[in-house]
Each structure stands twice: as C-alpha cells, then as structure tokens.
Design a protein around this ligand. Structure first.
Ligand SMILES: Nc1ncnc2c1ncn2[C@@H]1O[C@H](COP(=O)(O)OP(=O)(O)OP(=O)(O)O)[C@@H](O)[C@H]1O
Ligand SMILES: O=P(O)(O)OC[C@H]1O[C@](O)(CO)[C@@H](O)[C@@H]1O
Ligand SMILES: [Mg+2]
Length: 440
C-alpha cells in the first residue's frame, strides 16, 4: 500500500528567486481545474480506500501538485540544462523535447540547453557522441516527425561517467525522457550527484507505449500507438471477412502489459479474441482457444485474433528468451506460433482456413504524435520545467486522474502497471469480444 513517505518529493533547497511566471499565479486557487502549490492531491480516490486507512484527512497519502511556483530555486540566467531520450521509441518524444526547450527559453529565460545524443551513451566519451545545442529555432517543427531528434539507445552506462559529463558541461538540470529503465538510470545519476555534493536536478518525463508505468493516467504516445494499431486490426478484419475460413491474426507490442491490445481492440470493435500477458490461456483442450476458434469459424466463417507480444510465452519451446542491451527480455514470436497452431488445428479438423498474420511491430510507435498526445506532451513538458526550476529532483511529472503531479522516481519504478484481469478494462474487452472469461 502506498504510504505518505512514498510520495515525499526531494528538493535541492529553498526557492528564493522570484519566478518570471509569478504574476500569472496571483489569482490562482484550488478548483476542479487547478491545485495551488500549498495544497496536496489525495492519492486514494474511493471512500473505502481512504477510509480504510483510518487517518485524519490531512494525514492521508497525498501528492505534490505540478505546475509553476511563485518562487524558484534556479536562477534562469545562470542555469544550464541537458535533455536525453532513452529506451524504445514512442510517439511524442520530439513534442516533449520541443516543449521543454520552448518553456525554458521563452518563459524562464534559460539560454543554455543541450541535448545528449543516443540515450545515456551520449554522456560517455568513448562513444564520441556530440552534444546538440537546443534553441527554439532548432526545435520549432520537430514535432512534425516521429522518433527523437536526439536519438536513443538501450544498454547500461556508468552513472559516474554520466555525472562527469554533467560536471564538465556545468549542467544544473537534467531532463530524462524514458521508461522504467531510464528512470532507474536517472536514480543512479541522482545518487552520484548526491555523493559528489552537487546541486543538479534530475526530472523525468515517463515514456512507454506499453503504458506500464504505474499510478499515472495513460502515458504519452499511448493513444497514438493504439490508434495506429487499430489500422492493423481493421485490415485483419477485412481480410478475414473476405476469404472462406478467414482468420486475421494481429500481434501488437506489449511485453508485460497488454494495454495496446486491449484499447486497440475496444477502439476497433472487430476482434473476437484478445490475448494478453496478464491473462494466461490454454491453447488445447475442449475449453482451449483452438477449439473455440474452430467452432467460431465453422459457425460464422471468420475470426479476428489480437495477441500482445508477451502473451502465451510458455508455448514457445526450444528458444531461450534473449535479452536486449538493457537486460529486457526478448520474447519469442507468439504470433507465428499461433498461426502455425491454428492452421494445424483447423487442417486436422478438415476446416477450410485462410490465416493472415499482421505484425505491425515498430510501425505503431515510430509515427508522430496525434493532436491529443501532442497537447499532452506539451503540458508534461511544461510541468517538468516548473518542477525542475523549483529544484525538485528524483521526480517524474505525471498526470494522475487528470491532475499534473510530482511523483518520486522510486515509486514510479516500484511496480509495473498491468491490465487487471478483474478490472473494468478487461471486463470491457470480454464484453466487446464475447470471448470466454478463461481458456482453460
Ligand atoms: N536497472 C537499471 N539501472 C540503471 N540503469 C538502467 C536500468 N535499467 C535500464 N537502465 C538504463 O536506462 C536506459 C533505457 O533503459 P531500457 O532500455 O530498459 O528502456 P526504458 O527506459 O525502460 O524504455 P522502454 O519503455 O522502451 O523499455 C538504458 O541505457 C539502460 O541501461
Ligand atoms: O526492439 P526494441 O527497440 O528494443 O523495442 C521493443 C520493445 O519496446 C517497447 O516498445 C517498449 O518497451 C516494447 O513494446 C517492445 O517489446
Ligand atoms: Mg522498459
């Protein structure tokens, strides 16, 4: 259970400098639409959860609100900022970079902003990466493209070498844009910064198309990626309906969390089966997927199956799961295995079949952000700049139940966000597909 202590935000010191944004804050008060800096946002949102703690309201776990402060820690004229993007691509990375640079330069008057190339290796001299000056002119139209203008990478780097680079360049604020691995890396940087007695703020903007960062509303880029995924489901459905015994099979990203598969399915209500890592399924047997699918094809002539890449890994034999440079597990291809097993099963039962396999893979995450995600990225970037200028460190900025908040990095990596097999989302998926609660 998340406690008050888990939500405590670290700061570099007292805020003694008037913020250039202070005038705009004079009339602000806590409302449905804003939370003033003196206020806190309750963590629990049901009476049973909050009441179950048995605490007076002021002692309930609460989050620090995001947003501009009247007084800030860093003197903008003397502040030097670094930005890095790490991990896999996600729609909106360029929007976040652009938002950071524009907010820092236009509203706070920060003049020295650099981008480190290709993730954490951009700090390490032996890779020979250059450092990019990020000005408003450089970033103005980068949101038109997917990817990240800074490049990204996986793979472990020595936090001491990262902090050496921060020291060499006199960086006061580091923005890290990345997923759980990136945030863990940032926590190592914070540790070394502390050991050396430096005053460097490290603020994260969480990035994951898998939507697997806990305690936040959907992560940026998720909506865009999910919308892209619907195109493959639609194509699979068209193919399936246009051939005798047509079966459209779509594999979507989602290593440990099946959010993309679930939401894309709900958005394009064409799928008959959704398989996700969180819900194990039996392939064989009277109540297994294959029998069910065969009956469905015999009755209705076609079917669409959506599978998240991390689902059903226990069926992939003979292949030791590999690891990527960051140590993340590389899964076997559940889509190809399903295709093989479906064809074998239907052939064995003399059922005509035409299986079409779609693997949109990277295509869903390399596109530019849609307008919703672009706006979301910009607002996250604003919140990140406000947090950093106020000396917050080892935090990510996040939106939780539509409020922008500061969340300590340790909490953000304390667990993974999963589709709850007993929760509302999975229930909606079951209702939309009509598939059984379990294949067992
Ligand atoms: N446990 C860890 N401790 C320190 N650094 C880490 C850790 N895990 C990953 N990193 C570093 O963070 C960077 C990005 O990590 P990773 O490749 O796991 O992507 P990610 O940020 O989790 O994003 P994605 O959502 O694409 O998985 C890499 O340089 C990696 O070495
Ligand atoms: O092949 P890459 O670039 O390492 O990334 C693939 C992985 O990255 C993600 O997009 C995010 O972690 C996963 O869904 C996917 O398995
Ligand atoms: Mg990760």
């Amino acid at each position: 259970m998340v406690s008050h202590e888990d939500l405590a935000v670290r700061t570099l010191g007292p805020c003694r400098i008037d913020s250039p944004l202070a005038e705009r804050l004079v009339a602000r008060e806590t409302t449905q639409h804003s939370v003033v800096e003196e206020d806190r946002i309750l963590f629990d949102d049901t009476i049973s959860m909050a009441g179950g703690r048995g605490l007076p309201v002021e002692q309930l776990p609460s989050l620090e609100p995001g947003g501009p402060r009247k007084r800030i820690y860093f003197d903008p004229a003397k502040t030097r900022v670094g930005i890095v993007t790490c991990g896999g691509l996600c729609p909106g990375l360029n929007d976040v970079i652009r938002g950071l640079v524009l907010e820092l330069s236009r509203h706070y008057g920060v003049r020295r902003i650099v981008g480190f190339r290709n993730g954490y290796r951009g700090f390490v001299p032996r890779y020979g990466e250059d450092v990019v000056d990020l000005t408003p002119e450089v970033v103005m139209h980068i949101d038109d493209e997917g990817g990240t203008i800074l490049g990204t990478s996986r793979g472990e780097q020595d936090p001491d070498e990262i902090v050496d680079a921060l020291e060499r360049l006199n960086i006061n604020i580091l923005f890290v844009i990345g997923g759980d691995g990136t945030i863990r890396g940032a926590m190592d940087v914070v540790r070394v910064v502390g050991e050396r007695g430096l005053k460097v703020a490290v603020v994260g903007i969480p990035k994951t198309i898998d939507n697997d960062i806990p305690y936040i509303d959907q992560s940026f880029g998720f909506q865009t990626a999910m919308a892209e995924a619907t195109k493959s489901i639609h194509a699979a459905s068209v193919e399936a309906r246009s051939a005798p015994g047509g079966i459209g099979l779509v594999k979507l990203m989602g290593r440990h969390s099946g959010f993309i598969a679930c939401y894309a399915t709900l958005a394009k209500d064409d799928a008959d089966y959704v398989l996700i890592p969180e819900v194990p399924f039996a392939l064989d047997g009277e109540r297994g997927l294959l029998q069910h699918l065969r009956r469905r094809v015999q009755e209705r002539g076609h079917a669409v199956v959506v599978v998240a890449e991390g689902a059903g890994q226990e069926y992939i034999e003979g292949e030791e799961p590999g690891r990527d440079a960051s140590g993340n597990v590389r899964f076997g291809d559940i889509g190809r295995l399903l295709r093989k097993r479906i064809v074998e099963h239907l052939d064995a039962h003399g059922v005509e079949n035409n299986v079409r396999y779609f693997d949109p893979s990277y295509a869903i995450r390399s596109v530019p952000a849609n307008p919703f995600d672009s706006a979301y990225c910009l607002r996250l970037a604003h919140a990140a700049v406000h947090a950093a200028m106020a000396g917050r460190t080892e935090v990510i900025v996040a939106r939780r139940r539509r409020r922008f908040v500061h969340m300590p990095m340790p909490l953000a990596v304390s667990r993974r966000n999963h589709v709850d097999p007993l929760g509302d989302l999975w229930l909606s998926v079951l209702e939309a597909t009509g598939q059984p609660v379990r294949f067992e």
